[in-house]
Write a protein that binds this ligand. Structure first.
Ligand code: FMN
Length: 198
């Protein structure tokens, strides 16, 4: 799926988004649109300055950008249920796996059944290898910092779009990697179910 150009202006101030942001665990039975999903992915890890560094919406030590996003889609207009890999440079999704994996993800996230009702989930992963090449062991900490930046962007962009999300850190890492068929170096950091607020 190719997403439209993201918006860089919106009706809600950063201050209002910060004041109102809350973890949301109930979602309306309404599909995500390509526009809303694309906007969200851009806010979380999209390119905001094309050029030699392709800088993103989040800071990254030495602009290495060791993170990846997988989308577990169940109810997104124009998108077959499946697992997709976000491509920030082309602002598009590449299919990784067919079929609705939301229930299995919720199960692996320590049976947090409420997650299943989200039309999609973002799985934020980190390549420790990529960041450790430059920063050694400390690189792992930088990946965790970056996941935090991404998660907060997700919360704020959700608030501005009328969506809700929750940062889910409780899951069995190896089971999630197996189920999503992730490359051995893409370690899940957090899962973020997203949907319209109920
Ligand atoms: C690292 C991290 C992991 C979290 N994991 C979960 C989780 O597994 N399940 C869940 O329902 N909420 C999870 N949360 C959300 C917190 O419960 C929530 O942020 C906290 O209760 C404060 O509420 P608020 O976000 O609505 O302000 C997590 C938050 C963080 C920062």
């Amino acid at each position: 799926m190719q997403f439209p150009e993201p918006m860089t202006e919106g009706p809600l101030s950063v201050e209002t988004a910060l004041a109102n942001r809350r973890s949301v665990r109930e979602y309306a039975e309404e599909p995500l649109t390509p526009d809303s999903l694309g906007q969200l992915l851009w806010a979380v890890y999209g390119v905001s300055e094309e050029g030699p560094w392709n800088r993103r919406t989040v800071p990254s030590h030495a602009a290495i950008y060791p993170m990846e996003i997988y989308v577990v889609a169940g109810d997104v207009e124009g998108l077959e249920p499946g697992v997709y890999h976000y491509q920030p440079l082309s602002h598009s999704l590449e299919e990784v796996q067919e079929g609705d994996a939301r229930a299995e993800v919720a199960e692996i996230c320590l049976e947090q059944d409420w997650m299943e009702s989200a039309p999609a989930m973002l799985v934020i992963t980190a390549s420790f290898e990529r960041i450790q090449q430059k920063f050694g062991d400390r690189g792992v900490a930088y990946a965790f910092f970056e996941a935090g930046h991404m998660s907060q962007n997700c919360y704020l962009q959700c608030e501005a779009l009328g969506l809700g999300t929750t940062c889910v850190g409780g899951f069995k890492e190896e089971e999630l990697m197996d189920m999503l068929d992730l490359p051995p170096d893409h370690h899940p950091m957090m899962v973020m179910p997203v949907g319209w607020k109920a």
